[in-house]
Design a binder for this molecule. Structure first.
Ligand code: X6L
Ligand code: MG
Ligand code: MG
Length: 168
């Protein structure tokens, strides 16, 4: 059997019952074949980036141990999005759920469907603040997540619940 590797995901929602949708997404990921331990960040309310005239997001980060290949993990992320009602409208527009792979231990990829590490993860407070909860010492693109987090403006990222939000 293949060894499990650590993987890090960013999840976001800004349509419908945002917290409940994130909870369901975490449960589906945790229950999937090939996913071992999983840990979840605090819950954050964040201002929209990219397309600014849309509702604010709830964002979290998740780390997990997986025996899935990167492509299998991407397929799982997309299956969770589809199951939770994601519909593709305009680019960067509102969505019930977005599940992005940020980083997989030891993996670099540049294909039309998957770029790892995620090329913009070091610029976005809505990714880095949650990720710093669960993986401050993870090194991506030459610096720790904690260092990257200190380098961005986190003023539009508000912690709305501690890590226990997922247990209820
Ligand atoms: C210039 C042009 C600068 C575009 C930035 C940033 C585009 C982020 C897309 C950008 C640009 C994105 C989330 C979000 C989106 C989310 C929050 C995206 C894709 N997803 N805002 N905006 N949380 N707060 O999960 O990340 S759309
Ligand atoms: Mg995204
Ligand atoms: Mg996405």
């Amino acid at each position: 059997m293949t060894e499990a590797r650590a993987a890090y995901l960013s999840l976001g929602s800004n349509l419908g019952s945002r917290e409940e949708t994130l909870r369901k997404a975490v449960r589906q990921l945790a229950a999937a074949d090939g996913i071992k331990t999983l840990s979840v960040s605090s819950l954050y309310e964040t201002e929209p980036w990219g397309k600014k005239d849309q509702p604010s997001f709830l964002n979290i980060a998740v780390s997990l141990q997986t025996t899935l290949t990167p492509e299998e993990l991407l397929a799982l992320a997309q299956a969770v999005e589809t199951e939770l009602g994601r519909v593709r409208h305009e680019r960067w527009g509102p969505r019930t759920i977005d599940v992005d792979i940020l980083h997989i231990e030891g993996v670099e990829r540049k294909t039309p469907t998957l770029t790892l590490p995620h090329p913009y993860m070091t610029e976005r407070a809505f990714v880095l603040v949650p990720l710093a909860d669960i993986a401050p010492d993870l090194v991506v693109m030459g610096r720790t997540v904690e260092k990257w987090e200190k380098s961005v403006d986190d003023g539009s990222v508000i912690r709305v619940a501690g890590p226990e939000w997922i247990e209820s």
